[in-house]
Design a protein around this ligand. Structure first.
Ligand code: ADP
Ligand code: MG
Length: 699
């Protein structure tokens, strides 16, 4: 194995491998299943399973696992070996079609939000043949969906697959209206998720319980140098990081993951990896693998990869940029402005569908990025804001404005601006977005949703996007299919849609307070600053109707997710509060006291030596430290009481509100005293590495 093209995908049971290893008929039949979403014949499955097993054993595997994405947000696997006794005390290696297509992990320990009573422990996993099997740690991994016996989705993947089907159905209706003889058999959503992360020295990480237990620092005074020099973004990559990135790329390439770009990000110690886009479900699987492998490879380099949204206060947090577009199976990107007037009319209709979808389901998009960790980014003076808006760029906005104004403002210009005449063919192609403050930006041939947190799965936001756009397309198709005069109907549909939904378009600075006021007060857009604020709207009737009508989530499935999201918000904050309390009693208060005693001893010694000596510095320092220890011990006690009281409360919704309204604020207060004390305390007394060491520790 020498060049990248030699080993790329060597650990993935991809199309080339399948073609090489499967009998022609089996390959064709499997291909049909993959391309057309048919059910797999068990005889075919048996042959595929056997070929997969032989391939995996040659690569040193002894085990297989169904690999799935339960609602915990991380992936799960249960390993089984291939061994099967052959009766004479020996074993043979076996893997049947049944084992390939279906697994039965004990589902009772995964969150189900009340969907599955725990006594009904069985759940099953089903192979998603559109995502290739792969080898990880000498185990053959089969990407699967995870459902209860009643058929309810217990994972993030099943609804994503369903939403892909929903948008496929509706987009095909639109395509056939523009071209009844279209050669496209289906459409797919493509996704490229740029992943941000921090890298810090492992040795320092191990000394911080907050990082170990919560993934972020709960304390930390501002270092003398932060990111103000703006010299880290795209800066030279340090040798230790470069070595890590090189190995990371190699590992990902072996799995057939198209890791493309690696660079430094805005904050010190922050980096980004961007893969080349692929089909939404595959991109989602790959993003989960990227996160897992980043963390694993970092450790081999004595580094720790932090995927938390906000590991350091005062330093830009990490997100994921979910680039999303729709393309036919023949490779035509439906969000690319076209060459001809008719293609452009089709492009504008798809564009309008996205505008309508994002405006009508702002709440769901916001919810798809709502976690306790991400609350530190969204709505907290950082990119992007919690208000959803769409950036279209100046030129496209002008076209949209002209289309809208057509009828009302300047009837003379009508013929000029009508769809299909000369203004439209000139839609600028390279409409590249450089507005980094928009949560949802059109970038020439795709949209980039920038709200998702660095540690979140991208399944949820893509499920929302696919379904909301499917709904807009469904409504469009319902209007256009029976139209007698397609052109006229299309024109007025586009115009009406723009008129109704243009409040969501905003090309200015998304960080600006003025914008937030305008968005909320003048335009009536949502501003859900926190996770509980956003989740209050998850079960709104329109949202239940949306998902149910497209067969993406049933109402019980939504209720269960609502509960799980709230629970996870509360649990995350509870762990953070408890970690704070623990660190304060065991590390911070003892450290400050010990230092105060040191200073005090020095003062006493000086005085004993000579009564006239000035000990103002010692006295002042001891006084300040003592007032801080008093403030810390008082506020930490209050925090403890609040956490204890909240534990006894009933109902996860009210619990979430208590955490949001009181506990988060108290944690901020406790932290501010501790950070002040850290600033005043001698370095050798501070019990763990501070920000300057964590952020600038790699040289
Ligand atoms: P940047 O956003 O930094 O300017 P790029 O424009 O190169 O970077 O693209 C960022 C991401 O968008 C990459 O992961 C890329 O593969 C993905 N991307 C490009 N085209 C599409 C598309 N049609 N659909 C989905 N993702 C895409
Ligand atoms: Mg980008």
């Amino acid at each position: 194995m020498s060049t990248v093209s030699d080993y790329f995908g060597c650990l993935s049971f991809n199309d080339t491998t399948m073609r090489e290893r499967l009998p022609k008929e089996t390959y064709k039949s499997l291909k049909k299943t993959i391309d057309e979403g048919r059910t797999l014949d068990i005889n075919v499955a048996n042959i595929v399973a056997n070929a997969m097993k032989d391939w995996a054993i040659e690569k040193g595997c002894t085990h297989f696992t169904h690999w799935f994405q339960p609602l915990t947000g991380v992936t799960a696997e249960k390993h089984d070996s291939f061994i099967s006794p052959n009766g004479d005390g020996k074993v043979i290696m076996e893997f049947s079609g049944k084992e390939l297509v279906r697994g039965e992990p004990d589902a009772s320990s995964f969150p189900s939000g009340g969907l599955r009573a725990t006594f009904e422990a069985r759940g099953y996993t089903a192979w998603d043949p559109t995502s290739y099997a792969f080898i990880k740690d000498k185990t053959l991994c089969i990407p699967t969906a995870f459902c209860s016996y009643g058929g309810e989705a217990l994972d993030k993947k099943t609804p994503l697959l369903r939403s892909m089907e929903a948008i496929n159905t509706q987009a095909m209706r639109i395509l056939r209206l523009f071209d009844p003889h279209t050669t496209a058999a289906c459409i797919r959503t493509s996704v490229g998720a740029e992943q941000e992360y921090f890298i810090i020295p492992k040795e320092m990480y191990e000394k911080r319980r907050d990082l170990i237990f919560t993934g972020r620092t709960l304390f930390g005074a501002k270092p003398p140098k932060g990111q103000e020099l703006e010299n880290h973004y795209f800066g030279t990559i340090k040798p230790q990081i470069a070595a890590f990135m090189k190995e990371l790329d190699e590992e990902l390439w072996k799995l057939g993951i198209l890791a493309k770009t690696e660079h430094n990000e805005a904050a010190p110690a922050q980096h980004e990896l961007a893969p080349i886009f692929s089909q939404a479900n595959i991109a989602t699987d790959h993003n989960q693998l990227i996160m897992e492998i980043m963390q694993k490879v970092a450790k081999r380099h004595d580094l720790i990869c932090l995927l938390h949204e906000k590991p350091f206060k005062g330093v830009t947090g990490s997100g994921k940029h979910n680039n999303w577009s729709i393309a036919t199976n023949t490779g035509v990107n439906l969000l690319r402005p076209g060459e001809t007037p008719s293609e452009n009319a089709q492009f504008l209709l798809f564009l309008c569908a996205v505008i309508k979808a994002v405006d009508e389901y702002q709440d769901l998009l916001r919810i798809s990025a709502a976690t306790a960790g991400n609350d530190h980014r969204l709505g907290a003076a950082e990119a992007p804001p919690a208000v959803i808006s769409i950036f279209l760029g100046d030129e496209l906005t002008e076209i949209i404005d002209a289309l809208e104004a057509d009828k009302h403002y300047d009837p003379k210009k009508k013929s000029q601006l009508k769809l299909g005449v000369d203004v439209l063919p000139n839609i600028p192609k390279d409409n590249t977005d450089r507005n980094r403050t928009s949560p949802f930006a059109f970038t020439g041939n795709k949209f980039e949703f920038r709200m998702v947190g660095a540690s979140n799965s991208i399944a949820q936001c893509n499920t929302v996007l696919n379904t909301a756009v499917a709904e807009a397309l469904r409504q469009f198709a319902d209007i256009l299919e029976p139209a007698e005069d397609f052109e006229t109907e299309l024109n007025s549909l586009i115009r009406d849609t723009i008129k109704k939904h243009k409040r969501i378009i905003f090309n200015g600075n998304g960080y600006d307070d003025k914008w937030i006021r305008e968005a909320v007060e003048t335009r009536g857009l949502n501003n859900f600053a926190t996770t509980p604020d956003a989740l209050e709207h998850y079960l709104d009737e329109k949202n239940i109707k949306l998902f149910a009508s497209h067969g993406v989530y049933t109402e019980p499935e939504m209720r269960s997710r609502h509960e799980i999201m709230l629970e996870s918000y509360v649990k995350t904050l509870r762990i953070e509060a408890n970690t704070m309390i623990d660190m304060i009693y065991k590390q911070i208060l003892p450290a400050i006291s010990a230092y105060a005693k040191d200073v005090s001893d020095t003062g006493i010694a000086k005085k004993a030596l000579c009564a006239e000596i000035n000990v103002d510095y010692e006295v002042e320092t001891v006084k300040k430290l003592t007032s801080l220890t008093s403030a810390i011990s008082k506020s930490v006690k209050e925090l403890e009481n609040q956490v204890a009281a909240a534990t006894d409360m009933d109902g996860v919704e009210s619990l979430a509100r208590i955490y949001r309204d009181f506990i988060v604020t108290k944690m901020e207060e406790v932290r501010s005293y501790c950070d002040e004390a850290e600033f005043l305390t001698a370095a050798e007394h501070w019990p763990y590495p501070v920000y300057s060491e964590l952020l600038f520790g790699i040289i």
